[in-house]
Design a protein around this ligand. Structure first.
Ligand SMILES: Nc1ncnc2c1ncn2[C@@H]1O[C@H](COP(=O)(O)OP(=O)(O)O)[C@@H](O)[C@H]1O
Ligand SMILES: [Mg+2]
Length: 156
């Protein structure tokens, strides 16, 4: 499923809608260049999971931010990690099991560590303010999720 958003508010809204329907243990693998809107989307997802706006920040310097909404939420930004060994050392895959929600920016760096089922989200900057956001479900449960947000109405 492909969405196009025309400003950061719409991207946040799409994230919020997705966050509001996520079941426990969901894994969201965000992939896309810098400025593609990964953090923006992640912040919407976190809000949709019931975390108050005022607590939501960017994990650029912290690698991982942890929140408590409907479930524990782990927001990763793996940009600074050089390679798989370094990631493995951190034991991030520990977070990919259990009730918590994992939202992973630069998830392509840990693809080998992801479980077989997850939602891949590809973001592309196609114009200065236009973002193409593709949801690629890996596994049956994630296909159902995509159906649940297929009719989302983004503010104009
Ligand atoms: N449609 C859009 N969706 C998301 N961000 C947008 C959009 N149009 C412009 N922007 C801007 O692009 C930037 C996206 O940054 P960010 O979410 O941090 O990207 P990333 O985490 O992928 O590096 C923000 O400055 C945001 O205001
Ligand atoms: Mg980011």
């Amino acid at each position: 499923m492909i969405f196009k958003t025309h400003n950061s508010l719409q991207t946040r809204q799409l994230g919020e809608k997705l966050g509001s329907v996520l079941p426990a243990g969901s894994i969201l693998a965000l992939v896309g260049e810098s400025g593609a809107g990964k953090t923006c989307l992640a912040q919407g997802i976190i809000k949709g999971l019931g975390v108050l706006d005022t607590y939501i920040t960017s994990p650029s310097y912290t690698l991982i931010n942890e929140y408590y909404g409907r479930y524990p939420v782990f927001h990763f930004d793996l940009y600074r990690l050089s390679g798989l060994p370094e990631v493995e050392e951190l034991g991030v895959e520990e977070y990919f099991f259990g009730q918590g929600i994992a939202i992973i920016e630069w998830a392509d760096k840990v693809r080998e560590l992801l479980p077989p089922h997850y939602m891949e989200i590809k973001l592309d900057k196609i114009e200065e303010t236009v973002r193409r956001i593709e949801l690629i479900p890996r596994g049956e449960n994630y296909r159902n999720l995509v159906n649940q947000i297929s009719h989302v109405d983004l503010a104009t």
